[in-house]
Each structure stands twice: as structure tokens, then as C-alpha cells.
Design a protein around this ligand. Structure first.
Ligand SMILES: NC(=O)c1ccc[n+]([C@@H]2O[C@H](COP(=O)([O-])OP(=O)(O)OC[C@H]3O[C@@H](n4cnc5c(N)ncnc54)[C@H](OP(=O)(O)O)[C@@H]3O)[C@@H](O)[C@H]2O)c1
Length: 383
């Protein structure tokens, strides 16, 4: 058996998701039945201090020879780093990803990809020019469950898919939990429900209706969006979207479909226990419906109810996640690097851009703008 292809990661930022992702990277791939690729963490950088980066590496139990840097520019100069995981707030993705690409590093950048579609196009253009790999880190798409559900849709098991409803809502006392400075509500950090949580509702709508068609049959949806703002900062706290896709699966498409993508800080998808309010996602076709239990970003339970079956006759299937589940997207990055691919077939550049355009349009319809310095295409800009 040939030895696994090994990818050397650099971690840019040391916040909550950087820690979760890094711990997942370090899990033994055999625990998820993977043997063709593996990951090592060779460096991490913090914009606050080198000590913070050292602490992060220790907290994640990274190898003792992993390098700690007190700035992002130092990290991207490290010749041992193959790919950088960008885990800063959305406001910083464009600047940080440009920094990495211009230094010749491949990039996996957290969601939302950038603050707007123009920035997404610019980083893609830069990756193309530099012949580098670039992907938005929408980890849910790489779950075996997501891949299985997409295949069922493509194979026509649901019949013609006419509607997908997806909700990813939090249920927080926003004032008490996030105040005015936290990245979830701070406009300077591109805060708001849409870019942070709504992206997962959109992910389910797009991966079921759009991605399941052959690339040349996919058509961007028309968009109707409603936003309500958090009075203290102006960030969107409730966003509801109605998308009409002119083409829908299975191919060849014979009909349109609606996607209803919801997100809300004030009320939750699950007010109590998951079991009482399932499902968070409903994929509805003429032959049956797939229901996926939330949370939309890390689902574990799902079921298929064929038309004619009683709701209670169909059991929920529980998928196993041996860790947090972020390693599946990392495995895809490794395979793309190994095979010399600049983008992933599971979430290609064009689809990330169409989703960013959808969010741009919802914001445009509702007069939702971020400060110019985080919407700009200028680079470099000090944030
Ligand atoms: N995939 C997922 O499930 C998931 C979950 C949560 C978040 N996310 C995404 O990951 C990104 C980071 O989220 P997070 O929850 O990890 O945030 P966080 O805990 O606040 O961490 C963000 C990190 O970014 C760095 N940073 C650089 N400039 C900053 C600034 N001006 N303000 C705040 N932080 C700054 C800081 O690290 P240093 O001081 O070390 O530079 C900070 O620790 C967001 O884009 C978010 O949407 C994804």
C-alpha cells in the first residue's frame, strides 16, 4: 500500500473555530476510514502575540516542532507551510486570503468566503493567476451524509425536487450574549445572521437544488430577501430568503424549484430538544421527502419519507461523526493538492460566487452595507 499524501498546514488566527479545526486535523484519519491522505500542523500565527500562537499550539496538542508566529505575514513566508487555513472574522477574509495567495500559499478560507461577491471573484482570479488551490470552508458539504443525500437527489429517488426549506437559527438574547462588539453583531467585523448562520441555510438549498445538476445546467436563482436589523449595531438579526431556481434536479431539469433559507438570532431552530422540533431541513420531491435534523451546519440525523409512507413509519438514520467533522473538508483539500486541482468539485469557485451574489442581493434589497474598508477590493488595507 502506498503511503498517504501528507499536507502541511499553517493556521492563521487562534480563535474558537481555529482550535476546533486544528484538533480535527490531528485526529488519526483511520478513525474515519481514510488512508490516502493525512495532515500535519507545522505552524500557527496570531495577530495578537507570539505567546498566543504558542499557547494555541499547546492547547491543540500540536507537534512540539510546530512554529509559532506573532503575525500573519510571518506565517505565509514559512516554506514548510503548504496550505493556510484562514480563521479570522469574515471582515478579514479578503485581506488575509490575498496575503496568503500572493505569498504562494494554497488557502482554505472560513465561511462566509468574503464580505461580497466582488471580493470572492478577486481572490479566485488571484488563485487562478498563481495556480493555487482555494476553497471556502463550508465543511457541511463534505459530510458523507451530504454526499449521500446529493446522490439520492441526482439519482431521482425523490422524483422532481420542487422545494427545499432550510433553517439555521440561534435563539439568543442578543444584547446579553453579544452586546455591541462581538463579531456576531459588530458591523466592522461583518457581523450579522446572514453571513454567519444564513450561509448554512443557503448551503442546503444550493447543494440540493443547484449543485445536483450538471454544471452547464445550473442556473442562478431570483432572490427575494427580508432583513430586520439589530438596533444596537445595525447588523442583520433576522433574515429570510425566497429563492426561485429556474432549473431543478434531477437532470435533465423539467421544472423550477423554490428554496426557502431562514436565519434568525432571536428564535431558535430548536427551542428545546432537537427531537421535539425536527427537522431543520426539508428536501421535497414528487416521490418523497428527505428530512435532516439540525443543526444545519453539523447534522447527524436524517430520514427519507417516500410518498405514501406514514411519517411515523420511517426511522431516523444516525450518522457517526468521529470528531467534530471538519476533517472531511481538510481531506478534500489534501486530495485536491495531491491531484493538482485548484478547486474542489464539491464546492467550486463558481458556486461560492453565486452564493455570495445571492447574499449581496439580499443585502442590496434591504440597504444592508458594511463599512467601505471591509467591502473594498483594495489590497492591502489595514483593518
Ligand atoms: N465552520 C464553522 O463551523 C464555523 C464556526 C464558527 C466560526 N466560523 C467562522 O470562522 C471565522 C472565525 O470565527 P471564530 O468563531 O473562530 O471567531 P473568534 O473566536 O472570534 O476568532 C477569530 C480570531 O481571528 C483573529 N482576529 C484577527 N483580527 C481580528 C479582529 N479585528 N477581531 C477579532 N478577531 C480577529 C483573532 O486571532 P489572533 O488574535 O490569533 O489573530 C481571533 O481569535 C468566522 O469567519 C466564522 O464565520 C466557522
Amino acid at each position: 500500500m502506498s503511503s498517504p499524501y501528507t499536507v502541511r498546514w499553517g493556521i492563521l488566527a487562534t480563535g474558537g473555530i481555529a482550535e476546533t479545526f486544528t484538533k480535527d486535523l490531528l485526529l488519526d484519519p483511520s478513525s474515519r476510514d481514510v488512508s490516502d491522505v493525512k495532515h500535519i500542523v507545522v505552524a500557527a500565527a496570531s495577530s495578537s502575540s507570539v505567546d498566543r500562537a504558542k499557547q494555541f499550539l499547546a492547547d491543540c496538542s500540536c507537534p512540539s516542532d510546530a512554529k509559532a508566529y506573532g503575525s500573519y505575514p510571518e506565517l505565509v513566508k514559512d516554506p514548510n507551510v503548504d496550505i493556510v487555513y484562514v480563521a479570522t472574522p469574515h471582515s478579514h477574509h479578503y485581506q488575509n486570503t490575498m496575503l496568503c495567495l500572493l505569498a504562494g500559499k494554497h488557502v482554505l478560507c472560513e465561511k462566509a468566503f468574503t464580505t461580497n461577491a466582488a471580493q470572492a471573484k478577486k481572490i479566485i482570479e488571484t488563485a487562478k493567476e498563481k495556480k493555487l488551490f482555494l476553497m471556502e470552508a463550508v465543511w457541511t458539504r463534505f459530510f458523507p451524509m451530504s454526499i449521500h443525500i446529493r446522490k439520492m437527489i441526482q439519482d431521482g429517488e425523490l422524483g422532481d425536487v420542487h422545494r427545499v426549506i432550510a433553517d439555521n437559527s440561534f435563539g439568543a438574547n442578543v444584547e446579553e450574549r453579544w452586546g455591541t462588539q462581538h463579531r456576531m453583531v459588530n458591523m466592522e467585523l461583518a457581523g450579522g445572521a446572514l453571513l454567519d448562520l444564513g450561509i448554512y441555510s443557503l448551503t442546503w438549498v444550493f447543494q440540493c437544488i443547484y449543485h445536483t445538476l450538471p454544471p452547464d445546467s445550473r442556473k442562478a436563482p431570483s432572490v427575494l430577501g427580508s432583513i430586520s436589523k439589530y438596533a444596537k449595531t445595525g447588523a442583520d438579526e433576522k433574515t429570510s430568503m425566497l429563492l426561485t431556481f429556474p432549473a431543478a434536479p434531477p437532470a435533465p431539469s423539467k421544472h423550477d424549484a423554490h428554496g426557502i433559507a431562514l436565519t434568525n438570532f432571536r428564535v431558535a431552530t430548536f427551542p428545546n430538544k432537537h427531537e421535539l422540533t425536527r427537522p431543520a431541513i426539508r428536501i421535497q420531491g414528487t416521490k418523497g421527502e428527505i428530512q435532516v435534523d439540525g443543526p444545519a451546519y453539523r447534522p447527524r440525523n436524517w430520514r427519507f419519507i417516500p410518498v405514501g409512507k406514514g411519517d411515523g413509519d420511517v426511522e431516523w438514520v444516525e450518522a457517526k461523526i468521529p470528531g467534530h467533522g471538519m476533517f472531511w473538508e481538510a481531506d478534500e483539500c489534501a486530495r485536491c493538492l495531491r491531484d493538482g486541482r485548484s478547486e474542489s468539485e464539491f464546492l467550486g469557485w463558481e458556486e461560492s460566487v453565486v452564493i455570495m451574489e445571492t447574499m449581496d442581493e439580499v443585502r442590496r434589497q434591504n440597504g444592508q452595507k458594511y463599512p467601505e474598508k471591509i467591502e473594498t477590493l483594495d489590497y492591502p488595507v489595514e483593518l
